[in-house]
Design a protein around this ligand. Sequence first.
Ligand code: GLY
Length: 375
Amino acid sequence: MSDGPATLRVDLGERSYDILVGDGLLAGAGKLIAPVLAEPRTVVITDENVEKHCLGTLEKSLDEAGIGHQSIVLEAGEQNKDYAHVEALTGLLLDHRVERTTTLIALGGGVVGDIAGFAAAVTLRGMDFIQIPTTLLAQVDSSVGGKTGINAPQGKNLIGAFHQPRLVLADIGALASLPPREMRAGYAEVVKYGLIADADFFAWLEANGQAVLEGDPEACLYAVLTSCRAKASIVEADETEKGSRALLNLGHTFGHALEAQTGYSDALHHGEAVAIGLGLAFDLSVRMGLCPGQDRDRLRSHLAAVGLPVGLGGLADGGWSAAGLIDLMGQDKKVRSGAMTFVLLRGIGQAFITQDVDLGLLSEVLEQALDIKGA
Ligand code: GLY
């Protein structure tokens, strides 16, 4: 049962909102969201997996709070994060005769949040929406900060809008039904916050990461709250990623290239690609003489200890090359004036943004990771 949520404020002027984090919040969600509704009418958007575990509890709580609701259940999976599914979803919303005062509720992981948030941004030129993230990845990253959108054939998340939610409600009790692989993938984003600017949090994760992955409520609460606090402060400083928000992309430029190379398939989940990308960002930083090798080794030991991938072994085949990966990295939307933007490290907790990277060194780092030279 819930002890009452911890509350974090994301301070964005008139787009400010609260993140509520707690154990068992879903059962009382109706009462928690009622104050931010323009009228007591909602449409819940979820997927077929989350429907089984969480939809009934949310609907009951909405009934108890006197909030009207309809539900739309999407097919699960990253492959559904495309125009066709947004077209179908917005069509259904219009069929339901939603009004600007109707609030959409995204109940699910990152894919549901991204599609529902984008539908909220464009339907009737903008509707309110609430994020109820049910995966670790969505609770610590994608539900906070207002990035919404879909994938394009040209790359991941290339079509979208900044559209802040009115509330984020993270029930860590929802994590109990997550498969271990998905929990681990989300954990890579948690590690990212320690690497960006919080060496103490990284040390805490070295001691407590296994407890987080096993779903220990106290450890999960601390990890989600610390991650959301870190993300909120970065988003407050640079809501639309003109500069410092790019720190949140640590590991992602590499990771997105790996995901594209594997065809966004089940072979590599987003968080696993981020874990490998974090290691590659460290490899490049060490190769450039920016960072001590022992910090990179600490990261690798921790990722290995929690069962996250630390290299490309088992993934890459003869079709992979350093040049191919660099080409995919160049298609990432973080390219500015034709130059790739990198997030590198001076050590654990000391990430920084730069475009000053020698592509020859980058190629060497990737070749080493692919073990092309040794093959
Ligand atoms: N996931 C990165 C960001 O929200 O900016």
